[in-house]
Design a protein. Sequence first.
Lengths: 663, 605
Amino acid sequence: MKPQKMRYTDFAGTSGNDDEHRVYSQEDQDEGAEAHLGVEESDSSEDEVAPRNTIGDVPLKWYEDEEHIGYDITGKKIKKQARKDKLDSFLAGADDSKNWRKVYDEYNDEEVELTKEETRLIRRLLKGKTPHAEIDPYAPYVDWFVWEDARHPLSNAPEPKRRFIPSKWESKKVVQYVRAIRKGLIKFDKPKEEPRFYLLWGDDSSSKEKSGQGLSYIPAPKPKFAGHEESYNPSIEYIPTQEEINSYQLMYEEDRPKFIPKRFESLRSVPAYENALKESFDRCLDLYLCPRARKKRINIDPESLKPKLPSRKDLRPYPVTCYLEYIGHKDTVLSISIDVSGQWMASGSTDGTVRIWEVETGRCLRIWDVGIAVQHVAWNPLPELHILAVAVEHDVLLFNTGLGNEEEQEKIKELLHVETPTAPESSGNGTSIVSWIQHDKHEGIMLKHLKTVSSVEWHRKGDYFSTVVPGDDSRAILIHQLSKKLTQKIPFKLHGLPVSSAFHPSRSIFFISTKKNVRVYDLLKQKLIKKLETGVREVSSIAIHPAGDNVIVGSKEGKLCWFDMDLSSQPYRVLKCHPKDITNVAFHRSYPLFATCSDDCTAYVFHGMVYSDLNQNPLIVPLEILRGHRSANGRGVMDCKFHPKQPWLFTAGADSVIKLYCH
Amino acid sequence: MPKHYRPPGKKKEGNAAKYITRSKALKYLQVTLPVFRRLCILKGIFPREPKKKVEGNHKTYYHMKDIMFLVHEPLLEKFRDIRAYDKRVKKALAKKNKDLADRLLTRKPSYTLDRLIRERYPKFIDALRDLDDCLTMVHLFAALPAIEKEQIPVKRIHNCRRLSHEWQAYISRTHSLRKTFISVKGIYYQAEVEGQKITWLTPHALQQVLTDDVDFNVMLTFLEFYETLLAFVNFKLYHSINVKYPPILDPRLEALAADLYALSRFFAANSKATIGESQMVTSSGSEQADSKRKEMQTDESELRLAQLQHQLPTNEPGTLMHLIEDAADGDDDEDVERRECKTLFKNMKFFLSREVPRESLLFVIPAFGGTVSWDGDGAPFKEADEGITHQIVDRPTQGHKFLSREYVQPQWVYDCANARIILPVDGYLVGRVPPPHLSPFVDNEAEGYIPEYAETIKRLQAAARKELLPMPGVDKRDLDDPQNLLLEGVISRAEANEAAEKKRKMAMLEKQYHNELKMELQGVPYSSSVSNDNTESAVNDTEGREESLPDPDQIAKDSSSSMSMVVMSRKKRKLYEAMQINKERKRENVNKLKERKAKAAQGSA
């Protein structure tokens, strides 16, 4: 009792104004009062030992840096005890068996050892029991009040009305429930299980209306059926060898076979398939994620794709086999030309010679040695003029071949005579285009050009001829008149590099092919008639059908374009026949034949029928592939020409041989 | 002005208006991606390929009509309701109002898919056509364990199992199974229902391999639809043979099944006590109990199957059913195949050893008209039964052998079913390596390579047919059938021609057969002679062909073909070339097979 009082007074004295303390003291007072009332002895340990420190309930942080922890009851400073270091304290703890009972009291800066009773108390508190075992919190209630002899009731109030009437709130709640039940918001029994399955498709005979949407349902493609190799016990030939399995590792992951066949001796040794779930999942993904589209799959015999061509037998005659070889040139034969009569053939080669052959025998009639590679040779189309035009580098030579009777010879000699070598300025504009010079050595005329001449073409009347000089921009195409020894350039602008030129076989129309296009000019009206768009990369040659309305163009990518000029400026038909450059194309004069020759050492012969009925499209039938030439320096067949009367084809090869193919 | 400028106020046209990307569709429908996926799966809506992908190449496009179709789908609203309801439950749980949560959970809104099925498959035949994936998936899940982690409850697995057994029971009952194939992936079956060929795959009855890279949500959505579909299909099929669906199981057995569950738990605790108890239960029950000891899962299904087997005959209105069936058999002339299947294992009794895949064989053998029993209680007959003609075993050696029966490996059953004849059992006896098991789905002629064993089977088939037919060309069955005889009168000329052709072929085969017989008499073992002859002839053939091709001819042919190639249009030419490449690839494959075979033969020799 005593210490508590002391403490009370102490608090009152030190910090009476503080609210907290007041409350605290109040509690203490109550406790004190209680103690007075019932319980004789106080168990509080706080009561037994007075706190050494008197600082009160202030934060201990204030004294953290001080040397003292507070003041004792007499107002003297209480010094802090020396801190033990951890090791010491641990060692001390390890030695002392009662160490676990020691608690450090920060307030008083001392170690307190809990007694056994105290630990027992703590344990009971932790368990949620009353601290003292001897106290029974559930002791039977002892009613000390004596009821028997009381004269008056404890309360004289009359019984309230609510004790006699039903509760309003309960009834309200009940009404609420009733309503909910009636409305079906509250259901007591579980909903009845209806039969889940029934006859969904009653009768299919009355085919129901299609589903509302207009889109057609595309059924998912079925997975592939399992083949022999998927068997658990496939034939031996379906099992890849170890080497093959190893080689799969080298393949791209996409190409690698997904499934490697394996053989099991018996059914019991087959394990569960490890990808079953995965494959099923992939299938699911395919079903709902893959876009579906109807694709037409062609299930036909590939042979049926090939067009029905008329029988080749019906289209005879056409050149089939090699009949003659003209041997004599030392080097690549670049160009050949056949006489109108079909009796003679001229050839020019890179060995610098021009030769004349008798067609039927293969005899070499005459040789001119010009010394430089001969680019092009062309016979004059008139039967009485046995003149040969030869393109040699910068020059065009006109030779008298010496054939024909004397009258003709005289005429030719007269034609091939240049009185005075025409000065360059005489040819018109004062700028030198070409000079006509008498060539003494070979009895002919030499036309000196400024750049290399690539080809010479005669007009059908035999008086005019054109030369192509690809290197010369403005004077790339020249037209020469033999009778007047006159040269003029064409009055058209060329778009692109000229490749070759050709005269129309019956009208005064002139064809010039540049690398991309073929331009058709009317020479009389001096204007462009048409531009044929080949669509190929580089045109190499051009030939005109004898009727004049159809043109074939060969390209360096091996394509042959057939133009029907009445039809359109686009090719009527493009044939891809050669794997390499087409070097030349040719029409036959009378037979419905045309031919292409190429660097791949072959020549194709086609049937090209043009009908007089304008509504009928030309008929093109490939007839024959002529082989026989050998490749030399990467070149194959350099030139091909038809015989003017017979269905024979001459081909000049890079292997210095000229071949004649007959029917 | 850009090329595709659309003036303001003008509506979109063409592909831009017709197609919508997926993300836009989501926005349009105001749903999340998982819900959209569910909807697409259930409604069977798939992306489509627009001609011009307006929004970019790497996007998925849906047709606007499809999306509008989804917009008007009541299920969409239902899903929203369910979501809202889930929120209520969640809220109740969060407020610790357990009563409310429980009450809410008991009446969760649910939805049915029958309307969707009707919508997607307006006719029954449409549903049958799309049944392949459905059956494969249901059978796969029937073999899977219940995975708590992936939210696959046991109930669904059991449902799948039940559905698959119902389906198999129907197929087996109507003898519509046509082809079977044991592959590494499982067992393929092909059945013909209402003229539709339905192929499905059942995994081997083993513990399945579970992988992580599978989204079970998607699969379960598919499964949900497939379960409903299969149930309705089964209903229709059962209805068509006048059997009630769902099959009402014997209440006694049903009760047993419930009991057995408890029993099996009890067994698991102390497996000693089983024997005495199980004998007390009725026959089928005890069989169940026994097998339940092995694995509980398969067992219930077996019970079901057994029940089905027991039940189908009893359940149907007996005589009427038979009448119907007989009538159907009688006048259905195109069902020659069915009859063939039905009578294949007629008068044969099979007994399955423990180690063979019982479920599959219990399905296949009755489907081809055989009777079957197995090792275990509840089986129709015991192993000691004298009438058993074949015992299916799959073990290296068989200890005790009854002389009256053949001991064959399971593959024999499947091969017989595919060949439709009873094959000689020599190759399939116990302890031997069986002959190769060939896929019945491959058209050998089209493939260009005929495995050796396929040829053997073909010859055997021909021989068997000859045995059956008193005169070549006329079916014995046809003679039985009066209607067919009538038909014979009006047989068309073409058919007659065909018959003649057949006769000729038959004669050839007959001749071959006789030759073989002769050889056999001379003492050459059958298979080796055949194979030798075969290989020799094949080798001769190929060599002859190769030699017989003279060069000029080849060149001429070549040139003529290249001639017409020149005139073809580019499109056709490319197509032709592609076809040639394909052909070449096929030929290469065949060559590889031949090469391997030759090598193997060399190695063995």
